[in-house]
Design a protein around this ligand. Structure first.
Ligand code: MG
Length: 302
């Protein structure tokens, strides 16, 4: 069982009816809802952050956990080129997480929310056997302009922001800038808007589970394949970590041939890593050899 085949089975059961205001349902970074008569589309994303799965109590301070819970959702809004509006947080708390822990958790989350201009508008609380955060983030984008995964066409160039593998390296070593990168990811909101408004990117998504798996997802959605070379790696990270390590939260995007993409956006490097090709949907080739989608899948092997 993999996440991919669970989603495939689910998608077959919840086909969106014709005339629905759901423009995009299951399978992209956000669902897209089009309000009647509006000039904007609304974006919705939801993410889980679970103790023992996504973070450890011993190594992740509560403020780091709170911040990360929100950044994961914001990153999905960034991936669609959207502006975040508000969030809802449901929090499961075990007995060990006392008032101090909860206070610091919200400090981390609310500081991040303020920076991104997002309002915490509601949620729920429950007693659980470990910390569980379920965040919903809503955003908006001009009508019909959201960056989706299904727009990539043969001949278009593939780009990524930043350098990959830093989060995986940090998780392995718990040291230095890589550890900082793992604990304090950034949602690339300004970049997402720039890709939509200025570069007119044809497809985009955020790199949450590793380039090998996420690029496969983009190619499957667009019904294309991809040829890439090695992406820029975070200082000290291996190529394996850059290809398959998750939680970098950089953006992966495609642009029409001839689009002039600057080497940097603000202080963030933008790198061309390959080209979209016709052919077997979802296939990714690295330096001439098929690249296995070894990125992070919660369900692989079960
Ligand atoms: Mg995503």
């Amino acid at each position: 069982m993999t996440e991919e085949n669970i989603l495939e089975r689910l998608k077959r059961r919840v086909a969106v009816p014709r005339g629905s205001r759901i423009i995009v349902g299951i399978g992209d970074d956000c669902a897209i809802f089009r309000p009647r008569g509006g000039r904007e589309d609304l974006l919705f994303t939801t993410d889980l952050l679970i103790e023992g799965v996504h973070f450890e109590r011993a190594t992740h301070a509560p403020a780091v956990v709170g911040r990360k819970a929100l950044v994961r959702g914001l990153s999905d809004i960034a991936a669609m080129g959207g502006d975040p509006l508000f969030c809802l947080l449901s929090l499961g708390l075990p007995e060990w997480a006392g008032r101090g822990w909860v206070e610091r958790f919200y400090n981390g989350l609310l500081k991040c929310a303020k920076e991104a201009g997002v309002i915490l508008a509601g949620g729920d609380l429950a007693r659980t056997d470990r910390v569980m955060c379920d965040i919903v983030v809503a955003g908006s984008v001009p009508k019909g302009r959201a960056l989706r995964r299904d727009g990539a066409k043969p001949g278009e160039a593939i780009y990524i922001s930043g350098r990959l593998g830093g989060s995986a390296l940090g998780l392995a070593t718990k040291r230095g800038r890589a550890w900082q990168r793992h604990r304090r990811p950034e949602a690339r909101l300004a970049l997402g808007r720039y890709l939509r408004e200025k570069l007119k990117a044809t497809a985009a998504m955020d790199l949450s589970d590793g380039l090998s798996l996420d690029l496969r997802r983009l190619c499957l959605a667009s019904n294309v394949s991809a040829e890439i070379e090695a992406p820029p790696t975070f200082p000290g990270a291996t190529l394996e970590q850059a290809l398959h390590g998750g939680e970098d939260y950089e953006l992966l995007f495609t642009v029409r041939p001839g689009t002039r993409v600057p080497a940097r956006f603000q202080n963030l490097q933008l790198s061309r890593i390959g080209v979209i090709r016709r052919g077997s949907a979802g296939r990714v080739v690295l330096n001439g050899r098929p690249l296995a989608p070894l990125g992070y899948d919660h369900f692989r092997g079960s």
